[in-house]
Design a protein around this ligand. Structure first.
Ligand SMILES: O=C(O)c1ccccc1NCC(=O)[C@H](O)[C@H](O)COP(=O)(O)O
Length: 257
């Protein structure tokens, strides 16, 4: 069984205990659309990642609000918050804390298989959700994509190969993420972004986001050079002594489109 299958199996169990989502009543700072931000200027989607299946604990005791503020003031395009508890030690409360305290787009990074998770994400202040093509049947993907869009959320559709890219394009997704991490072996290769960029329709509407395994400004330059408008970075920022400098160095050559 792959790690993705294992996570989805756990998720199916977990969501059984989710009850109807009551509106939180929170007033979240208004946020721009990520797609619009990335069309204007390449950027870093900066992640709050306490732990992961591939790396174990990364920074479990992090002050997430302080970390999110560092990302925001350094010019991050958006903040991604891992909300999965079992494998990533995150929570929906982490998401809500971040969304209350920043005015840039916030991605709920989880393994979505049901509308109730999307309701929870929206209620906790997310402006973007993730849908992983490999985790969903065709009709489920369409249903969840339309549901999120109907709530005014942006959807980052994650792909790993050509067939999945075709499915993302069938949805007319604007935010398409290429995950450089093989979820079967955990092997990371930025060549995955380079390969899929060859068949990516750079039409001014869709934006390509390179996800995972980016550790240096050279890595960032490589995928931006392939046509990516955004990079999604977790571990490198969480381990960095100065994540703000990391973000600025990764985007310095990308300032003008
Ligand atoms: O990070 C993992 O080990 C992982 C394993 C299985 C499924 C998903 C996983 N990560 C989720 C992510 O998408 C990453 O957190 C994100 O792309 C950032 O990656 P990185 O910069 O390599 O921390």
């Amino acid at each position: 069984m792959t790690i993705l299958n294992k996570i989805i199996e756990t998720k199916r169990m977990e969501i059984k205990s989710y009850t109807q989502v009551e509106p939180s009543g929170e007033n979240f700072p208004k946020k721009e659309k990520l797609a619009e931000r990335l069309r204007k200027k390449n950027g870093v989607i900066s992640e709050i990642k306490r732990a992961s299946p591939s790396k174990g604990d990364i920074q479990t005791e992090v002050d997430i609000v302080a970390q999110a503020r560092k990302y925001e003031v350094s010019g991050a395009a958006a903040i991604s918050v891992l909300t999965d508890e079992t494998y990533f030690k995150g929570s929906i409360d982490d998401l809500q804390e971040v969304a209350k305290n920043v005015a840039i787009p916030v991605l709920c990074k989880d393994f979505m298989i049901s509308e109730i998770q999307i309701d929870r994400a929206k209620n906790a202040g997310a402006t973007i959700i993730l849908l992983i093509v490999a985790a969903l049947e065709k009709d489920e993907l369409r249903r969840l994509f339309d549901y999120a869009a109907g709530l005014g959320l942006e959807v980052l559709v994650e792909v790993h190969d050509e067939q999945e890219l075709e499915r993302a394009l069938e949805l007319d997704a604007e935010l398409i993420g290429v995950n450089n991490r093989d979820l079967k072996t955990f092997e990371v290769s930025l060549e995955r972004t380079a390969e899929l960029a060859k068949s990516f329709p750079f039409d001014g509407k869709r934006v390509l986001i390179s996800e995972s395994g980016l550790h240096s400004k050279e890595d960032a330059a490589f995928v931006f050079g392939c046509g990516a408008s955004g990079i999604l970075v977790g571990e490198a920022l969480m381990r960095s002594e100065n994540p703000g400098v990391w973000i600025q160095e990764a985007t310095v050559r990308e300032a003008i489109k």
